[in-house]
Design a protein around this ligand. Structure first.
Ligand SMILES: Cc1cc2nc3c(=O)[nH]c(=O)nc-3n(C[C@H](O)[C@H](O)[C@H](O)COP(=O)(O)OP(=O)(O)OC[C@H]3O[C@@H](n4cnc5c(N)ncnc54)[C@H](O)[C@@H]3O)c2cc1C
Length: 476
């Protein structure tokens, strides 16, 4: 077995791990990254990027069908068809380009990439087993299977895995988001279990591709982490699109024939929902099993590795980032933590104290949440002003045929400091940068109201929400 040594050893080449490795190498730290699957992790291979590609394809198809049916725009096209295998190939092409790009960036930065599955021996050493042949595409430097690597710093970035249901384990018709992102054929009927963002994003995409979709959720609301006002336009859209919602319902498992999901509804009655496929999207669990984590005997917080505001674990020079450390399980959080850990190891004074971490649901309409919502502000004991500006009063939204939704701002009443932004509507994901910047920079309502926003743009609704909060809206 080959013996290697390095200053920083990163386990996992997802957005957390690869960003940490690149930044560390930029700062002159000898860095080795071990990846057992494909560089880019969940995000690039089976998460953010492929889901957004599929959503885009589904939207393009739905648009074509919409124009073919009765185009208000005067477009005349014949009824479109979709070849899903080609859609998947196109999506895979994007994934390949991005994952190869990560390999090239790591190489350029001078990171040694070791393909294979790491197993922790102790806080200063891991063993790496060679990768399975089909997952050898880690990009970077030459493969070193069967290596033992000694390190000064160990960074754990192993990510997360889809959570399964005891009553309906994965296999056969029961799939996770991973399989849902690579359909070779579309099912006629899909039951989605879980009305969180992954279930709804994929459920809506499948519906637009022509699949009959039913969503089952144990709680009484879709996207239950967000407030009712914010999710109302989404709920209306789900209804318009013909997605059957079964809220307050408990899944009991598949029926005896295996072709329907048995559900207990809110009043305790049993219902069977016919399903050619069942997508279980009830959350993700940190990947803590199977790689020797227990040998480190780290302090845990529930099922996640406990970290402090510098991403230090309870063992000196052992760090953890990303999904392994819990919510919010988002790629941009993992990346920001990774960059910070690299800088701390290089001797910089950093803490992970973002004013806000944006969250976007790429549903139709999209939802963006940055900072505190009105109920959260109330719960935190803040006296706040809340103002909404509807897209029905925004010219750009009209030209895009998407006037559903609004921008909402939450600001302290005393000094007008903005503590939260939320938006719901088509294309609002792109507003998340402006929202995050304004909160991180400590903007007040007057700052946003006094900034000239381009006309016509959805961004004008941001300025107008600030105007409205100050009691001087122009366009509503
Ligand atoms: C369908 C879906 C859609 C999503 N959409 C979004 C979105 O729009 N926006 C967003 O911000 N987030 C989204 N996410 C979440 C996002 O993908 C994760 O938050 C992010 O990938 C976490 O990054 P990470 O680096 O912590 O872990 P991961 O991306 O999970 O990477 C961990 C890596 O570690 C490797 N690994 C694990 N154990 C070992 C070992 N022992 N040895 C070697 N390698 C190992 C794995 O192979 C993997 O490549 C989505 C997730 C899913 C499933």
């Amino acid at each position: 077995m080959e013996s290697l040594s390095t200053q920083l050893l990163v386990i996992g080449g997802g957005p957390g791990g690869y960003v940490a490795a690149i930044r560390a190498a930029q700062l002159g730290i000898a860095t080795t990254l071990v990846e057992g699957g494909v560089l880019g992790g969940t995000c690039l291979n089976i998460g953010c990027i492929p889901s957004k590609a599929l959503i885009h394809a589904a939207e393009a198809f739905e648009q074509a069908r919409h124009q073919a049916a009765a185009s208000p725009l005067g477009i005349r096209v014949a009824a479109p068809q979709i070849e899903i295998a080609q859609t998947v190939q196109w999506k895979d092409g994007i994934v390949r380009r991005l994952t190869a790009g990560v390999g090239a960036l790591l190489k350029k930065a001078g990171v040694r990439v070791v393909p294979g599955w790491a197993r922790v021996i102790d806080g200063k050493a891991v063993e790496v087993q060679g990768p399975a042949p089909e997952s050898a595409g880690t990009g970077g430097a030459a493969a070193t299977p069967g290596a033992r690597i000694a390190c000064e710093h160990l960074l754990l970035a192993t990510g997360s895995v889809p959570q399964s249901l005891a009553s309906m384990p994965f296999g056969g018709r029961v799939i996770s988001s991973t399989e849902a992102l690579a359909p070779q054929r579309l099912p006629a009927r899909l039951v989605v279990v879980g009305a969180g963002y992954i279930g709804l994003e994929l459920g809506m995409a499948y519906r637009k591709l022509g699949v009959e979709v039913a969503v089952v959720e144990a709680l009484e609301r879709v996207l239950p982490v967000y407030d009712e006002e914010l999710t109302r336009p989404l709920r209306a859209s789900l209804q318009r699109q013909g997605i059957a919602l079964h809220l307050g319902c408990r899944v009991q498992g598949l029926n005896a024939a295996g072709d329907a999901v048995r559900v207990q509804d809110a009043s305790g009655d049993a219902v069977e929902l016919p399903a050619d496929q069942v997508l279980v999207a009830v959350g993700r669990a940190p990947r803590t099993q199977g790689w020797g984590l227990e040998r480190l005997m780290l302090d845990m917080r529930g099922a996640t590795v406990r970290i402090d505001d510098r991403c230090r674990t309870s063992m000196r020079n052992v760090w953890a980032i990303g999904d392994l450390t819990g919510e919010p399980m988002l790629a941009h959080r993992a990346m920001a933590q990774g960059e910070m850990v690299a800088e701390i190891i290089a001797g910089q004074r950093r803490r992970f104290t973002p004013a806000a971490i944006p969250a976007v649901c790429f549903t139709d309409p999209e939802i963006v949440v940055v900072g505190r919502t009105p109920p959260e502000a109330l719960e935190a004991g803040l006296d706040c002003i809340t103002a909404r500006f509807p897209f029905t009063a925004n010219g750009r939204a009209m030209t895009l045929e998407s006037t559903d939704g609004f921008v909402r701002v939450v600001a302290r009443r005393d000094d007008h400091l903005i503590v939260g932004w939320q938006a719901v509507g088509r294309g609002v994901s792109e507003l998340s940068a402006a929202f995050s910047q304004s909160i991180e920079m400590g903007a007040r309502l007057e700052d946003v109201a006094g900034t000239i926003h381009a006309h016509p743009s959805l961004g004008e609704a941001v300025q107008e929400a600030a105007f409205r909060a100050l009691g001087r809206a122009i366009h509503v």
